[in-house]
Each structure stands twice: as structure tokens, then as C-alpha cells.
Design a protein around this ligand. Structure first.
Ligand SMILES: Nc1ncnc2c1ncn2[C@@H]1O[C@H](COP(=O)(O)OP(=O)(O)O)[C@@H](O)[C@H]1O
Ligand SMILES: [Mg+2]
Length: 254
């Protein structure tokens, strides 16, 4: 279970508070969505969970299976099963995608005390996942994300996730920049990974993605806090009413 308790986060090198008391719990086996207007702190929450530099936690805690996630280095978090699919996936010139996947896979396996796969075993595994995500073999030979379309980058994030078998998946705006067919493919990839041992946090600005990845709960984030929590129907309500209600209150309290 992921437990986020009263998390307050500021920028490390600026006096700017971004998360102002975020609390939520995601039990294993569940998929929760975080929705909210732009600038509400959704990506910041994802970054803090993954351990990205540049943010300072000033209050609160994050427990993953009862362990203090914030005390761990990013690679330890990955070994504990944490995976973040980025809103803006990074390009890594000079590193073939397949090499990158294999390095990440083996590093995580070693840290988890699992045995590494042989090259043929690994290739078989990646090709199976890639095929089901509609990723061509040729793409796997190209440098990571370099010259990839928006859709290809997002598919690659899901491929990484499928290969690394994380137990806590955080997907940040996986749908942004995707056409509807790509949303379907990516959602099917995510849905395939739903399991009783896995907790997933799906961040999205639009309701569209949640037609395909049906969440157990929806949280609305605005002004750096969770303002409302509900079932999957909350996403549909928001699609009709928009975020106006939350925006005005966020401004009043700012
Ligand atoms: N590194 C940064 N430098 C300056 N401002 C930042 C930085 N990271 C986040 N912010 C600000 O924090 C707020 C929340 O951003 P973000 O977490 O990206 O929101 P969301 O993902 O919900 O759109 C925004 O006002 C954004 O401009
Ligand atoms: Mg964002």
C-alpha cells in the first residue's frame, strides 16, 4: 500500500511551496487517478515519489509497504518496485533503446536479488511486450526517444514499465499528445499490468484516458492539495463541470 501523509514540498532552490499537504492512500490491487488543472502539482507529486532532485520535502511522509520511501535513493526506490512514466520522456542520444532496457532491467533484477536473464531470454521478453504495444523492432535499435513521435515515446514508457515489472506504477499524463488509437494501445498495456500485487497512480488532465483505464478512485488535485476524492463517476462529473470550482478556491487560499 502507498500512503502519502500531509506531504508538503517546496522547490529546493526557491521559496516556492508546490505541494501543500497532500494525503492519499492507494492499496495494492487498485488503480487511482489524480486529475486536476494545469499547475496544480500533479507532476511534482510524481517526481517526489520517484526521487527526482530539485524538490525539498518540508513536512509529511510517504510510505510504500510501510517503508519510508523518501529516505531512499532513486535506484533503491526502483528496486522496491517504484516506476514513474514521465509526462515528458527524456531523450538519450547514443544509447540504443534495447541496450537501455536491458541495463535498467538487469540493474533492477540485481538489486532485487533476482537472476539476470540471458540475452535470448531478454530479447524474447521485450519483443513480446513490444509487439503487443505496437512498437516496431526497428525502433528498439534507435537511440532512446531520439526522434520518436509523441506516441512512440509514450508507448516506450509503457514498454519499460512492462519489462521492469514494478509494483508501484505512477503514470504522469500518459495520454497527453496521443491520438485516440494510441490512447487505446497504451491503456490496454496499462490494463494488462493491473494485478492484485500492484498499485497504480494514473495522473491525467482529461477524463478520456479513464474510459479505458477505469480507476477504483479519483482524486482531484488543485492548489497543491487533494480537494475531492470519489469513485470513477467523479471523472465524468469533472468532464462536464470542468475545474472552475477548484480553481477559484485555490486562488482564494493562495
Ligand atoms: N522546477 C520548477 N521551477 C519552477 N516552478 C516549478 C518547478 N516545478 C514545478 N513548478 C511550479 O509548480 C506548480 C506545479 O507544477 P506541476 O507539478 O508541473 O503541475 P501539473 O503537473 O499539475 O501541471 C506550477 O506552478 C509550476 O510552474
Ligand atoms: Mg504535469
Amino acid at each position: 500500500m502507498l500512503e502519502i501523509k500531509n506531504l508538503r514540498v517546496k522547490l529546493a532552490d526557491e521559496d516556492k511551496l508546490i505541494l501543500n499537504g497532500v494525503s492519499l492512500e492507494v492499496p495494492k490491487g487498485q488503480v487511482h487517478a489524480i486529475m486536476g488543472p494545469n499547475g496544480s502539482g500533479k507532476s511534482t507529486l510524481a517526481y517526489v515519489l520517484a526521487g527526482r532532485e530539485g524538490y525539498e520535502v518540508i513536512d509529511g511522509e510517504v510510505l510504500w509497504n510501510g517503508e519510508d520511501l523518501l529516505a531512499m535513493e532513486p535506484d533503491e526506490r526502483a528496486a522496491k518496485g517504484v516506476f514513474l512514466a514521465f509526462q515528458y520522456p527524456m531523450e538519450i542520444p547514443g544509447v540504443a533503446t534495447l541496450t537501455f532496457l536491458r541495463t535498467a532491467f538487469n540493474a533492477v533484477r540485481r538489486k532485487r536479488g533476482q537472476k539476470e536473464l540471458t540475452t535470448p531470454e531478454f530479447l524474447k521478453r521485450v519483443r513480446e511486450e513490444a509487439t503487443s504495444l505496437g512498437i516496431a523492432d526497428e525502433i528498439l535499435k534507435r537511440p532512446v526517444n531520439v526522434g520518436f513521435s509523441g506516441g512512440e515515446k509514450k508507448r516506450m514508457e509503457i514498454l519499460q514499465m512492462a519489462v521492469l515489472e514494478p509494483s508501484l506504477c505512477v503514470l504522469d499524463e500518459t495520454d497527453s499528445g496521443l491520438d485516440i488509437d494510441a490512447v487505446r494501445v497504451v491503456s490496454a498495456g496499462v490494463t494488462k499490468l493491473r494485478s492484485k500485487d500492484r498499485a497504480m497512480l494514473v495522473i491525467t488532465h482529461y477524463q478520456r484516458l479513464l474510459n479505458y483505464i477505469v480507476p477504483d478512485k479519483v482524486h482531484v488535485m488543485a492548489g497543491g492539495t487533494i480537494r475531492k476524492t470519489g469513485g470513477k463517476e467523479l471523472a465524468l462529473e469533472l468532464e462536464k463541470t470542468g475545474y472552475a470550482e477548484f480553481k477559484s478556491k485555490a486562488l482564494e487560499s493562495a
